[in-house]
Design a protein around this ligand. Sequence first.
Ligand SMILES: [Zn+2]
Length: 230
Amino acid sequence: MNHLIFHRFDDIGPYNDNTINILDRLEELCIPSIVAVIPNKLERKMADYIKELKYCIVAQHGVNHLNKVNAGWLDEFPEYLDKCIIKKQIRDGRDYLKEVLQRPITTYIPPWNNTSRQTVEILEELGFQVYSSQYNKLVESTMLQVPISIDVVKSYHPKSILKPYDVITNEVQNTMKYIDNYFIGIMYHPNEFLDNDVEMILNLIESYKAMAMEYFDLRELLMKIDTKEI
Ligand SMILES: [Zn+2]
């Protein structure tokens, strides 16, 4: 099985030099990036930057990225919230991204890779075509699912610490051995990276360049144009 890798960058919104350094390099290498943008945290300057990227695919990442559950796996839109209100918030968020980034928004990535059954229904009703969470949080849905399998972060608290390079590459090798899917998604939170982290991540991305999905393939995949062979 010839696996392909895609890179997903979460919590995009604030203007951040490390994020920009990584996305710049991906553009130079003609490797696509999926950026999970938080509508209500998107700064104008960052929007202007993203708008110009040729190899960047924009997904909606919640609306405010605020947790609403008291215990358990974090979620911005848990089941007990009013469906009409959530639907309006997600729709407004999507319309805002469409307007400022001038791109279609057909992919949804829930904050913390988690959301409720009700929200999945809302996403389907709003016409989202692709849902990306993580491999062990798949949902029942008509949306195409492109989960991430690898998180480059070892721990998030009190601040984010990256796994060593070798650990990440081992995880990629193991995922290739055991995953049923052709696609291996790697998740990054570049706003939280230190300068040294950026260097390591760029090395990682470059070392997997040969396995990286082509922009047009990934965009087609995410637009669900030809999913029959997946
Ligand atoms: Zn997030």
